[in-house]
Design a protein around this ligand. Structure first.
Ligand code: ADP
Length: 497
């Protein structure tokens, strides 16, 4: 049911709901009050009317005894009183004797007939205790029975019991009915006035509910407009809507998202401009090399051609390498990266990598040392972790001094594989340590370029380690060397995307 209701668009509107709640709260009490008061008034008036008429009928009953009306029903005084009662109350009176026979009917319709009504019989039997009245709302009258009682005084000297002060002798019953038309007319009149007032109240409540629901939700409309403006690009200022705590919270959250998006956008732009710049640099050198060869004319010695072509070839290699690395980064940045995880013997893997690095290390007499604290097998994506280790080892060789040393240590605790790559190079200045994992960041741009660096190696390494839910840390002391520590869980933990 609730699900069904929530499908109707207007019911999902907070404004509409506030309006309905206010409207109901404003108008329901009026309706309840109206019916409560009117029905209470009705029962009170009916009660007053009934007891008034009963008093009158009791007096009449006494007169009936006084004039022995039940014996000879022709007393002009009593008849006049009966007629007066009937006309005053717009009703009817039946005088019934103890044989249930109608002695007098002010309508003259039932005289001589027998009445078998439960109330009459009860009243005959129980006397004063059988007095009763009935409000017949639908028919529009109140019916009541009053006993015609003869009270015989006790003989003097008789024993008076605690209750028998007098003896009652029920001689008959008066059955009276009085019209409630006048009461109903008053109530209808009151009801009409109440309805009119109610309509006014409902209209006023309606207007207040519309104004209030609109007013209460105005800050939300304002907020929606402000967000729409940002989305349309009219403004890039942070949104403000501090009317309510709630809107303030929404705005804070929105501005944070906006801030993050802006930061992302900026870093994307910076990345694009860096990529263009980096890719352009080798192009420019190649262009300069080619131009200068062309300008030489015909008499260029072949050695010069060879030298220049070698330079151009180097630049092409760099360009190629940069594109390869950018592609690896792009692949790892994607939301859904395929991880080919399997158990890999890390000691063997690193040994092969060190062997591959030898040609780079030997010319500068750099010693490559592997310290295997223990045999470690870890669940990793071999290709990605190879990129991590080879980048770190290659850096350790590249940014090392002659006759230096690179030490790779393989260890593990009960949960993680721990690999450290330590070098004896110049180290990284303290102010740069925090930035070396950024894309294209290089401490010494020209030196890095000289040795074929692109500034992407460490960011690739970091992305790959993060895909394994691991960490990569660096400690460096200028003039002494640098230590990179890679920690990766032995059992692969999938990254939720
Ligand atoms: P690059 O291709 O320039 O080597 P990296 O992302 O691998 O790019 O490294 C970023 C920068 O960090 C390097 O340019 C270098 O300045 C510095 N760096 C990296 N490794 C070391 C190291 N072992 N010793 C000193 N500096 C290093």
């Amino acid at each position: 049911m609730a699900v069904l209701l929530s499908k109707i668009p207007i019911l999902r509107s907070l404004k509409f709901r506030i309006f309905i709640i206010m409207f109901l709260i404003g108008s329901i009490p009026g309706i309840i009050l109206r019916y409560g008061i009117l029905s209470n008034y009705e029962s009170r008036v009916v009660n007053v009317r009934t007891s008034e008429a009963q008093t009158q009928l009791r007096i009449l009953a006494n007169h009936l005894i006084t004039y022995d009306y039940l014996g000879t029903p022709d007393s002009a005084v009593v008849n006049a009183e009966l007629a007066q009662f009937s006309s005053f109350y717009d009703g009817r009176v039946l005088v019934i004797d103890d044989k249930l026979r109608v002695i007098k009917d002010t309508y003259e319709m039932a005289t001589g007939k027998t009445v078998v009504s439960e109330d009459v019989v009860k009243c005959l039997r129980y006397g004063s205790n059988g007095i009763s009245s009935r409000y017949r709302k639908k028919e529009g009258f109140i019916e009541m029975v009053i006993p015609i009682v003869e009270t015989a005084s006790l003989e003097s000297g008789d024993y008076l019991g605690p209750r028998d002060t007098a003896e009652e002798h029920v001689r008959g019953v008066i059955l009276g009915s009085i019209s409630t038309d006048s009461i109903m007319a008053t109530i209808e009149n009151l009801g009409r006035r109440a309805s009119l007032m109610q309509i006014v109240v409902v209209l006023v409540v309606f207007a207040i509910a519309i104004l209030a629901s609109g007013g209460l939700l105005r800050p939300f409309d304002k907020l929606t407009r402000a967000i729409a403006d940002v989305q349309a690009g009219y403004t890039s200022r942070p949104v403000t809507a501090n009317d309510y705590l709630e809107t303030e919270h929404i705005v804070d959250a929105f501005n944070q998202v906006l801030g993050r998006m802006r930061a992302l956008d900026e870093s994307r732009q910076e990345f694009v401009s860096n990529v263009s710049h980096e890719l352009k640099t080798p192009m420019t050198s190649m262009k300069v090399l080619a131009d200068s060869l062309l300008q030489q004319g015909d008499g260029v010695p072949p050695e010069m051609y060879r030298e220049f072509l070698q330079d151009i070839n180097n630049e092409l290699d760099r360009e190629n390498r940069m594109i390869q690395e950018l592609l690896s980064l792009a692949r790892m940045d994607r939301r859904k990266v395929t991880m080919n995880v399997k158990a890999v013997n890390i000691n063997e893997l690193v040994e092969i990598l060190l062997k591959r690095m030898r040609p780079l290390a030997q010319p500068r007499d750099i010693e490559l040392v592997l310290v295997s604290e223990r045999e470690v097998t870890a669940e990793i994506d071999e290709v990605k972790m190879t990129m991590v280790f080879s980048n770190l080892i290659e850096n350790a060789v590249k940014y090392n001094k002659e006759h230096g040393r690179v030490t790779v240590t393989i260890d593990s605790d009960h949960k993680n594989l721990i690999v450290t790559v330590e070098d004896t190079g110049p180290g990284i200045p303290a102010e740069s340590v925090g930035r070396i994992f950024e894309r294209f960041y290089r401490v010494d741009k020209s030196r890095s370029r000289e040795i074929g660096g692109t500034g992407l190696g460490l960011s690739i390494a970091k992305s790959a380690v993060l895909l394994h839910k691991g960490t990569i840390e660096v400690k460096s002391e200028e003039g002494t060397g640098t230590v990179f520590t890679v920690t990766v869980p032995l059992n692969y933990i999938p990254v939720q995307s």
